[in-house]
Design a protein around this ligand. Structure first.
Ligand code: 4NP
Length: 157
């Protein structure tokens, strides 16, 4: 069975589509399913923001066919690992958990880079292109650590 990972942000058009694309580029699709969604319903059905598509393209990652979706309660059962981009996303998702198993699946993605830091991936939506570059770099590093950890874990089972 595939290991399933879900990336979550607010709108599912800037940060989590990038996180999905970056992690997909580091893991074999035969063994891993990676998706993303938003806590909000603001952009359901939309393609990622042009600036996210562009920064991904610059690194040979194509996220242009992704479509935004909203988190749903059944995702707690579907996914093994749930990564949120910031503290607000964490609060919104934790509010929906009904048991410790679901709660334990949720973590802030930058904790994979700086243990227990609870740092936010800043929302680049209202800023300029530079913000997207910075978000790309932090997500790339965090996803590298996640991919390494998952591959080790899979080898051991
Ligand atoms: P994201 O960025 O959560 O990284 O997709 C945002 C996109 C849209 C909005 C907020 C954040 N919005 O308010 O529409």
């Amino acid at each position: 069975m595939k290991t399933k990972i879900l990336m979550i942000c607010l709108g599912n058009i800037c940060r989590s589509p990038l996180a999905e694309g970056i992690l997909k580029s580091k893991l074999d699709p035969k063994h891993y399913q990676i998706d993303s969604c938003g806590t909000s319903n603001y952009h359901i059905g939309s393609k990622p923001d042009k600036r996210s598509i562009q920064i991904a393209q610059k690194h040979n990652i194509d996220i242009s066919s992704q479509k935004a979706a909203q988190f749903k309660n059944s995702d707690f059962d579907t996914y093994d690992y749930i990564y949120v981009m910031d503290n607000a996303n964490y609060k919104d998702i934790i509010k929906l958990t009904q048991n410790p198993v679901h709660k334990n699946k949720v973590n802030q993605i930058l904790n994979e880079l700086h243990l227990d830091s609870n740092l936010d991936v800043p929302d680049p939506y209202y800023g300029g292109e530079q913000g997207f570059q910075e978000v790309y770099e932090m997500l790339d590093k965090a996803c590298e650590n996640i991919a390494t950890k998952l591959k080790k874990h899979t080898q051991n089972i």
